[in-house]
Write a protein that binds this ligand. Structure first.
Ligand SMILES: N[C@@H](CCC(=O)N[C@@H](CS)C(=O)NCC(=O)O)C(=O)O
Length: 89
């Protein structure tokens, strides 16, 4: 099954960068739709609608938001990853 995944992120945010780096390291870019919170029309409104916050990064997995870069990386590792033990603390 192909999961519908979106990452609402911000270029200037180091936590977003951490998640983007992980995605790139794992070669998962093609599986995730990236939405920059200030560039993608409607992304910020959607973020607030889903989470009640403006915090990025936010992974939206099948419509369910996941906040916190560490939790997002762990989720990606658990659900899409194959290499164990590569999640930064
Ligand atoms: N602990 C969070 C920190 C995320 C964070 O602080 N993001 C900042 C941008 S770098 C942010 O969204 N600030 C605006 C807000 O929280 O509304 C994580 O690891 O994801």
């Amino acid at each position: 099954m192909t999961l519908k995944l979106e990452l609402i992120h911000k270029w200037a945010c180091p936590y977003s960068a951490r998640v983007r780096d992980f995605i790139e390291e794992r070669g998962l870019q093609e599986r995730i739709a990236f939405q920059e919170v200030n560039e993608t029309e409607g992304a910020k409104d959607r973020l607030v609608q889903l989470t009640g916050k403006t915090q990025v990064p936010c992974l939206v997995a099948e419509g369910e938001p996941i906040l916190e870069s560490k939790d997002i990386i762990e989720w990606l590792d658990r659900n899409l990853g194959s290499t164990q033990g590569a999640v930064p603390a």
